[in-house]
Design a protein around this ligand. Sequence first.
Ligand code: SAM
Length: 277
Amino acid sequence: MGKLYVVPTPVGNLEDMTFRAIRILKEADLVLAEDTRTSGILLKHFEIKNAMQSHHKFNEHKTVESVVNRIKGGETVALISDAGTPGISDPGEHIAQTCIAEGIPVVPVPGANAALTALVASGLSSTPFFFGGFLPKSRKNRREKLAEWKDIPATIILYEAPHRIIEVLSDIEDAWGDRTMTMARELTKLHEEFFRGTVSTCRAHLLEQAPRGEFVLVIAGGTKVEEAPTGDPLDAVRRLMADGVGKKEALQQIAKVYKLPKRELYNRLVKEGVEDE
Ligand code: SAM
């Protein structure tokens, strides 16, 4: 019996390829790649002269059977994707699940991943976090998904394409309010950039400077507030703000729970000298 290795590749910076990943790719009987042309460049750079077979979302159900048979016959297969960790918003999940179901050892190799790289420099809490991947492309489905995830009490990580990001941020603000968030762009590359603000300030930034490159969105989770409100509502607002919830969103949530007019809370907040973000 052989093995299936799940091997991450860099998300931009070639120096993020690990020694172990290179060795496994060199030793494998077969490298399964999402796009053999893209991965061919990477393999050439690391002088990996191995046989490659394509394995992408359009053929993965077909390739799985033959790959499983080869592994059962004693071969070692290394799975890679175009960038980052296979199986994370990339093909890989299906083949790993099939191998596990067939009793084949699946060996994960740690390495580059855009979501975790963005999270650790976002400034938001990393425990707990929720990885949502790409939101649905259709606006209707996206809004449904956002409504479903509104109250997740964890930092939320999303992937998004540059041509949709402005529209997506506007949907996020409509659904979740103006939460604290960090936009990570071009991670590990020359023009790596972090924009830390709120959903609306990130959107305004992109309206000024057209989105280019790859983005990860790291967004504060929906903080649950007490069911039966007790104590000073202003303290509850301050607690939420200390947890990273934006002032507007905190006021909205607490006013709703305490059944108070938002304006009344806002005026008290201003009177007590709480600064606008
Ligand atoms: N499997 C990959 C991983 O482990 O991160 C993710 C692949 S997914 C198809 C591609 C998306 O990941 C991009 O649209 C972007 O949201 C994010 N991404 C990948 N590389 C990135 C980078 N260098 N900087 C920012 N985001 C990146």
